[in-house]
Each structure stands twice: as C-alpha cells, then as structure tokens.
Design a protein around this ligand. Structure first.
Ligand code: PMP
Length: 404
C-alpha cells in the first residue's frame, strides 16, 4: 500500500493555497511537482559540488563528474538498459526526438523513405519528422486510431514496406491516456527489421518500463514529468544504433580531437552531448528516480490505476459529460468535455476553486481533428493525488454545470 500522507508531505507545493483554496493539482501530464529530496539535491550540488564536469583535474570537478556519471547509471538501471553508454542526456523528450530524427534521417534515409507515427502523437513526435521531410525527403505515414482511442494495429503491417525506415510511437497518449501495445508494435516492426522509437514522456512515471524487455531501439522521456527538474531529459538508444548515428550538435565535450582539417568524435554517450551538460539536473533527476524506486513502480501503477478508475466512474455520473479515450488499457490521464461548456471556461472556473487542469489541444492538434473537437479538459494524476481531490473536481464540475 502507498502511504499517501507521507508522500504528500514530501511535496512542499501541495500545502499551498491557490485563490484561497487548497491546491488540487491535476495537471501532472504537463509537469509533475517535485519532492523535497529533489529540491534539496539541487541545492546540495550548488552548495557543495558545483564545478564543470569531465574536464577538470581538481577535486570538485572530479566530484561533479562522479555524481553526473553515477546519475547516468541510475537512469540506466531505472529503465533496464544494458549499458550506461546507451543513456544520452538531452534537454527533454522534444530534443531527444529531434536528435534521432536529425541523425537517423541523415544517416539512413533517402527521399521517398517513410517514417510511421500514429494519429495520437504529441507535436514533438510529429514536427521533427516533418522538418526532416523537407531536409531528407522522407514521407510521414500515420497509423490510424479507433474512436475509442486505440491504435489500429492491424493496419500497421499493411503500412510497413521496404521504404519504412523507422516507427516512432507514443507509449501513453498525453490526451487520451491510451497505453499503446508497445511490445507488440516492436515485435511486428522487428519482423521487418524496422527500428522503433518509443515516446515514453507519459509512461515512465506511471509504470515500470524495461527497454530490454520491450526491446525498443530508442526511448525518450523528460525529467520534469517524472518528478525531476526541468531542462533535462533522456534518450536511450541501443548501442548498435547510437554507434552508427552521426552527432547531432557540435561543440565541446563531444569530440576526441579537433583540428581545422578534421575532427574526430568522442565515444558514446558523449558523442551526442555537445557543450556543458546539465550536471545539476542529472543529479536531481537521479534523485527523483531513486525516490520512485523506493516507493516501487508496481505500487505506483496500481494506486494510479485505482485513481483513474475512480475518476472515470465519478465523472461518468455527470450528465452530458463525455470522456475522450475509452481504451481498455489506460493510464493516469482523462480528457473530457461537458456539452455546452467551452473547455477554456471549464478550466478557468475550476482554477477559481484551486483545481489545476489543462485545457486546449494539448500539443496534439491532429488528434483533436480526429476526435472532432477543438480542445478538451484534461485531468492527469500523479502519486500524490487522492480520491478526495477527484471528489473536489467532480463537485467543482457540477457547480460549473449549474452556472451555465
Ligand atoms: N511527448 C509526449 C507524449 C508528451 O506528453 C510531451 C509533453 N507534454 C512531450 C512529448 C514533450 O515533452 P517536453 O516538452 O518535456 O520535451
């Protein structure tokens, strides 16, 4: 069992008031709040270890380097990677996808080659490929979804051909909460020797994800959505792929040797980490991952699943409220609209009650078009949310419905 009181006490922001009301933070899909240990870690690094990494002979630089590389190993263990060489620190999910889109297409794609994504991707798993379409001439193919918000997996095999060079798919939809059958997708793709990139921005904080078990080729996520600091994220890539890919950005840290005639590149993972890395962020991210591991990802998944089920049941009791995304496997995200009430109005009025939800297109405009809506209201849950908070949300919506 999760000890909710203890967990809530770990998050200082949860005790603040918003508009004079206790904060009910249900916008965790956008970013999660930070436990005290993560906040403390940032202070600790600046107060006692701060120095640039990988290049100093002095004590502090060594200490900062040790901390940064230990953090890389924590990430490696957290996602079950075979080697810490497969863990590249980026600025976040978005940068990690841009990195792969840029390096992979440059190395492996020619005009007419195809990358398959799905109809429920975040813009950050659409636009980088479109940018590459203009540079490398690749074509984007889109795996459709059902009205329930599930991938039409039977279409996938029909879409794969000798032109297919990569499949890039979300693990959990940030709008619908759908958990995609990622293991099955990877199995199908590998039958055709097509690598798969998994956008795990909305999954790693909610369930145990083991990259070797699902056998993905690339996996990306953002620290700020998994209780860590903003500004850092992770690209996991199988060593065999990362070895073959050219660098993304050039600069210090990513080189073996530089002359005006020729530059050679550093070994993995540094080849992909140009410039001073966010060694404060990496340490704080590792602290967040350790925090989650101490609670236990299985326990977290079970608790959050209960919350989602409760929220779905309670919201369903409201007349004229429609939930978008009714997949059989869902996680921690619930999108809805109440007939006759604009999502923006709903969000603003809930805010006056201290309840933070997200409204709008959630960086998934093509999905909104597929659903036939302009936007939705989204409540997304984290380990510190409670049934009482869901009751407050439901009661809040009922009061708003009465106002209209
Ligand atoms: N993919 C998904 C599924 C997301 O939910 C998000 C963040 N909303 C991103 C990618 C982009 O993450 P970031 O902005 O942290 O790079």
């Amino acid at each position: 069992m999760i000890n909710l009181a203890d967990i809530r006490a770990d998050f200082p922001i949860l005790s603040r008031l918003v508009h004079g009301k206790p904060l009910v933070y249900l916008d965790n899909g956008a970013t999660t709040q930070k436990p005290e240990c993560v906040i403390d870690k940032i202070r600790e690094i600046y107060c006692s270890v701060n120095a640039n990494v990988h290049r100093g002979v002095h004590f502090l630089s060594q200490a900062a380097t040790d901390e940064h590389e230990a953090s890389r190993r924590t990430v490696q263990e957290f996602i079950g990677a075979a080697s810490s060489n497969e863990i590249v620190f980026t600025r976040g999910t978005t940068e990690a996808i841009n990195l792969i889109a840029s390096s992979y297409c440059r190395e492996f794609c020619k005009p007419g080659d195809e990358v398959i994504i799905s109809a429920m991707e975040h813009h950050s798993n659409i636009v980088p490929w479109q940018l590459q379409a203009t540079i490398s001439g690749i074509k984007l193919r889109v795996l459709p979804i059902s009205d329930e918000g599930e991938l039409l997996l039977e279409e996938l095999e029909k879409m794969i051909s000798s032109r297919t060079k990569l499949i890039a798919i979300t693990h959990v939809s940030n709008v619908l909460g759908t958990v995609t059958p990622i293991g099955k997708i990877i199995e199908i793709a590998h039958r055709y020797d097509v690598p798969v990139l998994v956008d795990a921005a909305q999954s790693v904080q909610h369930m145990a994800v083991d990259v070797q078990q699902i056998d993905c080729d690339f996996l990306v996520f953002s620290s700020h959505k998994i209780y860590g600091p903003t500004g850092i994220g992770v690209l996991y890539g199988k060593e065999k792929w990362l070895e073959k890919l050219p660098p993304y950005q050039g600069g210090g840290e990513m080189i073996a040797s530089v002359s005006f005639e020729k530059t050679t590149f550093a070994a993995l993972p540094f080849k992909f980490e140009a410039g001073t890395p966010d060694y404060v962020g990496s340490a704080a991210l590792a602290t967040a991952l350790d925090y989650l591991s101490r609670i236990g990802l299985e326990k977290i998944a079970r608790y959050e699943h209960d919350l989602l089920t409760y929220a779905t049941e309670q919201l369903s009791t409201i007349d004229n409220l429609k939930i978008y995304g009714t997949a059989s496997d869902k996680c921690s995200v619930i999108s809805f609209l109440v007939e006759g009430i604009h999502h923006y109005d709903m969000g603003v009025l809930l805010d006056t009650m201290g309840i933070a939800v997200r409204t709008g297109h959630h960086c998934a405009e093509p999905l909104m078009r597929r659903l036939g809506v302009e936007g939705t209201v989204r409540a997304s849950f984290a380990i510190y949310n409670t049934r009482e908070e869901i009751d407050l949300l439901v009661n809040g919506i009922r009061r708003i419905v009465k106002m209209f």
